[in-house]
Ligand binder design. Structure first.
Ligand code: ATP
Length: 238
């Protein structure tokens, strides 16, 4: 498998706070990689840095063989990187359906195909179908989260960055989201899955990284990391 994303010695500081310190990561094309860690370990900073929402002070980020460290977020999105952040980037004054339509707009040409994909996603999440004509601004936090994730998938990115997709959701919705991740992985999508609790993430990922205080402390095949005695049971909890 080819390398799709490579982080070399990437560090990010917010003032005096060192959020991530000299991170090295590799994501092979077509794989699912999970990044786990406790609150404040630097998971969101890592994802936001890959998406260009935060700039790295040291190191380099290579995507598809190109150094994208200096690229703006929109250039990264155009080249196939998508980030689903909780509720953000959703247009509250547009309907749920139009939000889904807009999600596919950037990367798709055929409206027919796009509408078919939206129908499929709405079948999976009946809540989106029921509320298709409702303004997104009227959705609950959990519903917004589903919409944000569904929309990111509809764009069919080459690299999908999922930041704690299961956070605060009911188990039944978590299962649906993980099913969706599996399906898109089967279709060849490369996925970086960030989670605080890893029991689901280990089961669908090929490779895992564990972040503590801004540093990668354990990495390896998900199966091995899950059974690594050095892994804090806190990550398996809930
Ligand atoms: P969480 O699960 O709570 O989102 P995380 O693993 O994603 O945690 P980050 O959000 O990346 O961790 O935060 C890493 C460190 O950087 C923390 O100490 C946090 O307080 C700090 N931090 C994050 N964002 C900012 C910011 N915009 N300004 C200042 N400090 C920040």
């Amino acid at each position: 498998m080819e390398t799709l994303l490579l982080l070399e010695n990437v560090s990010v500081k917010y003032g005096a706070i060192e959020a991530i310190r000299g991170i090295n990561m590799e994501i092979k094309e077509g794989s699912v990689v999970c990044l786990i860690g406790a609150n404040g370990a630097g998971k969101s900073t890592t994802v936001n840095t890959i998406a260009g929402l935060v700039k790295n002070q040291t190191g380099k980020i290579f995507y598809d063989g190109k150094d994208i460290s200096k690229w703006e977020t929109d250039e990264r999105i155009k080249s196939g990187i998508a980030i689903s952040m909780e509720g953000r980037r959703i247009f509250p004054d547009q309907t749920v359906y139009d939000n889904l339509l807009l999600g596919g707009y950037t990367r798709r040409k055929k409206i027919k195909e796009l509408k078919r994909d939206i129908d499929q996603i709405m079948d999976r999440f009946p809540i989106l179908k029921e509320r298709a004509n409702q303004l997104a601004g009227t959705l609950s936090g959990g519903q917004l989260q589903i919409l944000a994730i569904a929309r990111a998938f509809i764009a069919k990115p080459k690299l999908m960055l999922l930041d704690e997709p299961s956070l605060g959701l009911a188990p039944i919705l978590i299962k649906e989201i993980y099913k969706m991740i599996k399906d898109f992985h089967k279709e060849g999508m490369t996925i970086l899955l960030v989670e605080q609790f890893a029991q689901y993430a280990f089961s669908i990922s090929d490779y895992a990284y564990v972040l503590e205080h801004g540093k990668i402390v354990i990495e390896g095949k998900s199966e091995d990391v899950r059974n690594n005695p050095a892994l804090s049971s806190a990550y398996l909890g809930e």
